[in-house]
Design a protein around this ligand. Structure first.
Ligand SMILES: C[S@@+](CC[C@H](N)C(=O)[O-])C[C@H]1O[C@@H](n2cnc3c(N)ncnc32)[C@H](O)[C@@H]1O
Length: 260
């Protein structure tokens, strides 16, 4: 990592410490409809049955996804750069054990995803739920995921869609990205606005073109197995102005890559 990326990573960490309490509220009160009605299920569908899998939740935040996967019988390790969020994850509510089977396990540690205290080839699956747009240069993290996954293991990435995500406006957050900006690593500075709640700290979301992902994944020993674009159904768009006016197309993309 060069000096500029190190400085941005430090700033990102500080901003997330400032936003930790806000984030716990947004997630635990289920205030973010985009997740609860769309992307959470898309990520779970991409992961599929996970009983007995060893899973790394990279950039786990307050840990809701790690807990949900553990409740399905996975052994999950959550890693996040924010101490405030890791503290919240460690004190988090226990999800219900599914009927007819013992739950797996879940533990959390504070670390950066580009240098994790984890043995080589220790995991069957790495999931990055809303992480990548917070990494100024994700190349180091992608190589690190290649190191900790066993051969045949999967990397599941849900991140902002580089073609459609634009600066959040009163009228929504999807539109056409100007062609001249598409190939640059563009940063969008803004506070989160979720269900009327504004984050205390500004955050920069980084967007990169699709060829960044295909090239970096290939160089780190991955093969792309799937690309999905979770988007609202025609009924949601027709019947609900929240989807129709704010998010009629895909704001996120979901990549699944396999470690060779
Ligand atoms: C939008 S939040 C997503 C958190 C969680 N996955 C969720 O969906 O609620 C982005 C997370 O990335 C974490 N993060 C940012 N840079 C990181 C890094 N270099 N290493 C580990 N976590 C990082 C932040 O602390 C924050 O928890």
């Amino acid at each position: 990592m060069d000096d500029a990326s190190r400085a941005v990573a430090k700033l990102t960490r500080e901003r997330w410490e400032a936003n930790a309490e806000y984030w716990v509220k947004v997630i635990r009160e289920r205030r973010d409809r985009y997740r609860t009605e769309l992307t959470d299920q898309a990520v779970l569908d991409a992961i599929g049955p996970c009983k007995g899998l060893r899973i790394l939740d990279a950039g786990c935040g307050e840990g809701y996804l790690a807990r949900a996967l553990a409740a399905q019988g996975a052994d999950v390790v959550g890693i996040d750069a924010s101490q405030g969020l890791i503290d919240a994850a460690q004190d988090g509510p226990a999800d219900e054990e599914p009927p007819g089977g013992p739950a797996g396990s879940v533990s959390f540690a504070r670390a950066s995803v580009d240098a994790m205290p984890v043995a080589d080839q220790d995991f069957d699956l790495v999931v990055c739920n809303h992480l990548f747009s917070h990494l100024h240069d994700p190349s180091g993290a992608i190589h690190e995921f290649g190191r900790v996954l066993r051969s045949g293991g999967r990397l599941v990435i849900l991140t902002l869609h580089p073609c459609f995500y634009i600066e959040d406006t009163e009228h929504g957050a999807t539109g056409s990205v100007p062609a001249a900006q598409y190939f640059a690593a563009r940063g969008v500075d803004q506070r989160f606005q979720v269900d009327g709640l504004e984050s205390p700290s500004m955050i920069t979301s980084w967007l990169r073109p699709l060829e960044f992902y295909s090239g970096t994944l290939r160089d780190a020993g991955f093969v792309i197995a799937d690309l999905r674009e979770p988007h609202p159904t025609a009924e949601q768009v027709e019947n609900d102005p929240w989807w129709r006016e704010g998010f009629p197309t895909a704001m996120f993309m979901l990549l699944v890559a396999e470690r060779r």
